[in-house]
Design a protein around this ligand. Structure first.
Ligand code: KG4
Ligand code: ZN
Length: 334
């Protein structure tokens, strides 16, 4: 059987990324140009700045992806691009680059859902076993997705308000930590004690949904009340207590869903999957079950284009193609 090489493009937020993936499982090249430095002083991603950076970086990153690969355009079978969800202006740069390249090089075009990409980042490590449960925890998403076969996704739970990463970033801002705050909270948490009592939003008994806005408010109130009493709480302890609450809910619901749906594999995806506390807690909890847990290496947790190429490979093999009318869709459903 002939090998399949898919070129992936990702520009949904603040990383300009291009990658080439072989057979949906092997990274040939994976280039990510991060814009974090440009957004840091604003305390978050500024959409207009993100779009402009994508325009500047796209051809450079594309060239690098080919240089690192020793491949030529003639080797590429199709172009996969994130069509949504994400920042519309940022998505448009990737989608238009992909369309221009597909037209110029006469290659099939495949639109990919960003979350499908995060899920398929795991297949670059290990082959999937179905049924599979994916916990997606990123800056924009917190979801539990059940997969019974390649390319089909059943949403069994999602956040009703903030995403986990969003909660991390907001709490980090209260603690005056730099953007993005997730990694800083993670580090502080390892140095503190989870000594502050913070709520856990379990929601209804049978629900796999999440909610983090109450926790975020509780952290604000805790800091505020301590200040009024003239006490000062240690940032490390706030971080540890906040992280303990997030991890408690995420791991408990994931284990419950994995058992209930009798899955053969659990995978974790998205930027918050880089969280050391979460990785440890999930590993420990699943060690008590007979369900294998797959946690991607850090570089595949955060946004990249290898994951988009990996997910695009499945669409390619299933004969799915996008037309030249492919458009960025900031609220695309999985
Ligand atoms: O998947 P991602 O790179 O972009 C989105 O699609 O959103 O996720 C970014 C999010 C940010 O909110 C960031 O703070 C969070 O992932 N994050 C972390 C860690 N590393 C990144 N959150 C907690 N602990 C970490 N170590
Ligand atoms: Zn992402």
């Amino acid at each position: 059987k002939k090998d399949t090489y898919i070129l992936g493009i990702e520009t949904s937020c603040d990383e300009t990324a291009v990658a080439i993936v072989k057979n949906g499982t092997e990274i040939i090249s994976n280039i990510v140009a991060s814009q974090i430095e440009s957004h840091k002083r604003f305390g978050g991603v500024v959409p207009e700045i993100a779009s402009r950076h994508h325009v500047e970086q796209m051809t450079i990153v594309l060239e690098e992806a080919f240089q690192e690969s020793n491949l030529n355009w003639k080797d590429i079978d199709a172009i996969a691009v994130t069509e949504g969800p994400g920042l519309v202006g940022a998505l448009l740069i990737g989608v238009n680059a992909a369309k221009a390249l597909a037209f110029a090089k006469q290659k099939p075009l495949i639109g990919v859902h960003h979350i499908a990409g995060h899920i398929y980042a795991n297949r670059l490590e290990k082959e999937f076993q179905f049924p599979l449960l994916a916990l997606i925890v990123s800056g924009g998403h917190t979801e539990l997705v059940l997969m019974k076969e390649h390319g089909r996704y059943e949403l069994i739970g999602e956040t009703r308000d903030d995403a986990a990463g969003e909660a991390y970033d907001k709490v980090a801002r209260m603690l005056e930590l730099p953007y993005p705050g997730g990694p800083h909270i993670d580090r502080l948490a390892s140095e503190g004690e989870a000594s502050i009592d913070l709520p856990r939003a379990w929601l209804e008994d049978d629900s796999y949904d999440f909610s983090f806005s109450g926790l975020k408010s509780a952290v604000i109130n805790t800091i505020h009340n301590a200040k009024q009493r003239g006490e000062s709480l240690k940032k490390e302890d706030i971080a540890a207590s906040f992280q303990a609450s997030v991890i408690d809910v995420l791991t408990t619901k994931t284990v419950k869903a994995a058992k209930n749906y009798h899955v053969k594999q659990v995978i974790v995806a998205g930027g918050v999957a880089a969280n050391k506390g979460l990785r440890t807690a999930l590993t420990e909890k699943f060690a008590e079950t007979d369900i294998p847990l797959l946690v991607p290496p850090l570089r595949l947790c955060t946004d990249n284009a290898a994951m988009i190429a990996a997910a695009g490979t499945i669409s390619y093999e299933q004969g799915k193609r996008s037309g030249m009318d492919l458009n960025a869709n900031p609220s695309l459903l999985l």
